[in-house]
Ligand binder design. Structure first.
Ligand SMILES: C[S@@+](CC[C@H](N)C(=O)[O-])C[C@H]1O[C@@H](n2cnc3c(N)ncnc32)[C@H](O)[C@@H]1O
Length: 266
């Protein structure tokens, strides 16, 4: 990863937590593994998903890795404060995994492949440490699935700025639509990809706050300065784009986005 587009700021950590909390049911109603499994969570970040999937699988064990020591420290504090006992954290690089072949029963990744220049290589490295018959579970977004009311050309340009910045860093913010082919080309079998659509209107105040405002609009706001500095957009259009996204969180506003969840077997 050349540079992680969202950075490791406090604000970003809070955004990841908000996102995970709001989308818990949509993402994780089926994040359940056979009891007694050993699961590798790769790219756990600040533990935003860990704190949901670990208690949901109390009779399995998780090794959650990340390349960022600061994120791991925060993840560890969160998991300790919640008294979750079935997770151990380890600093490790997906591209240089310190585990034997066929070590894990299952793999889990969320919002990691989208930041990597070589997702296929990452999957090959991860596949090595997965037992034959073990599964992979992946969750990714796809910014091309964004639409909203009131519509706004500037807001769409703001979203495109994030897609462009992520591409400059070697990632793909529209990777969700590629999960099936990527898993297929990586040699996984029994692949199943399901869209996880988030639809928000003002009858769903928790999603308005947690997703439209604190996840999506905050994410575009978070890259606004960099996008302007890199001359991807002029400051006025970027400001209007961000304001218009926040407008979708006001009464009468609607916001739609589709995540993708993929499963495969080794
Ligand atoms: C967007 S965050 C997602 C965190 C968490 N999975 C979640 O859903 O909130 C991506 C994470 O992948 C980690 N990461 C990126 N490249 C990595 C690598 N080569 N090895 C391990 N972790 C990596 C980053 O440090 C970051 O914490």
């Amino acid at each position: 990863m050349k540079k992680y587009v969202h950075g490791y700021s406090r604000r970003e950590a809070v955004r990841l937590m908000d996102q995970a909390k709001t989308l818990e049911e949509i993402f994780h109603y089926d994040s359940v593994w056979t009891e007694g499994s050993l699961i590798l969570e790769a790219g756990c970040g600040v533990g935003a998903q860990t704190k949901t999937i670990a208690p949901k699988n109390p009779h399995s064990d998780f090794i959650s890795i990340d390349i960022s020591p600061d994120s791991l420290l925060e993840a560890g504090n969160t998991i300790n404060s919640l008294e979750i006992k079935n997770v151990s954290f380890q600093q490790a690089d997906i591209f240089n995994l310190p585990f034997e072949d066929n070590y894990f029963d299952h793999l889990f990744l969320c919002f990691v492949l989208e930041h990597l220049p070589n997702p296929m290589e990452a999957l090959a490295k991860l596949r090595r440490v997965l037992k034959p018959g073990g599964t992979i579970m992946l969750i990714e977004g796809d910014h091309g699935s964004t639409y909203f009311h009131p519509d706004s050309t500037e807001a769409m340009e703001g979203v495109q700025c994030l897609v462009d910045l992520q591409k400059q860093n070697g990632g793909d913010a529209n990777i969700g639509r590629r999960l099936y082919p990527i898993l297929n080309e990586s040699g996984f079998n029994n692949i199943n990809v399901s869209p996880r659509m988030v639809y928000v209107d003002d009858s769903k105040p928790v999603l308005v706050e947690g997703f439209t405002k604190n996840t999506f609009a905050a994410m575009i706001e978070g890259i606004a300065t960099e996008a302007v500095n890199k001359k991807l957009i002029n400051p006025e259009r970027m400001k209007k784009g961000v304001d218009d996204l926040y407008q979708c969180a006001e009464p009468g506003g609607v916001f739609c986005y589709t995540f993708f969840k993929g499963f495969g077997t080794k």
